[in-house]
Design a protein around this ligand. Sequence first.
Ligand code: ZN
Length: 291
Amino acid sequence: MEEVLLDFANIPVEPPDVRSTCLQCERPTSVCWCVSLPTPPLCPRSRIILLQHPAEEKRCLRTAPMLRFGLSENKCLIYKGKRFPGRRRDLETILQEPNTILLYPSPDAVDLKSLLQNNNAETSFNLVLIDGTWPQAKAIFSSNPILHKIKQVKLITHSVSNYIIRTQPTEGCLSTLETATEALILLENDDGYRNLLRPLQTLCDFQLQNGAVSHQSKEFLISNNQYPKRIGKRLNKHKRSLGLPVRAGLPLDGDSSYRKPTRTIYTSLTNTPSETRPLRSRSELVLTMSS
Ligand SMILES: [Zn+2]
């Protein structure tokens, strides 16, 4: 009897049938983007502070972890929630520091570039970003008075989003990683920070090779009557908020009403042709925040 039990005990246990997962990015190892992270992680003078909407963490194509792991420890701090600072004393301290700035396109926001021109080149900043969709970011901003007291800045950039898998709200609207990267290039006066984008490129390449369709921005789809979620009055209302013509089939080019955005976030010069997304022929694109 004892011998039989011993035989059973010696039967090798089969490995559990699970896909191996990267411990860092928590994605299946076959689609892990960690190999494209800068090594060693980059260490800027300034810090990025992400105020992350709870829903953002659940998205499978989120970019905040790429930023966090691409930067040295404590150079990208992520705080999750809808109320800030909440009970987090460390965050409250950061939000009240004089060198803290908030990237948010309020009417009072100043161009980050011009802010830097008026500061000592060695100044380090706490750059606060709200991580979420635009409606989520707007809600977080309006319901957290402490954010209103922080100096607000905006980015004026030449970049158009590389993040082509997830539909962007407007042409050229940047993901969290792309936004932080553009800001760090300015803050540190170092184009080397562009290396932070490599994991995103890896991810997009992988998704496209495996059948993902590159998405047009909502702005593009709406302007071409291809956006499925809004019809009739809602579509027209949304078009008006984007400054787009409301009559169906109107060509964009030559339409002057397009240049009346409700609120400007970034001004983007889209001179770089994109293979995955047809661009408008006009060279200047004023991006708007849909309200
Ligand atoms: Zn990984």
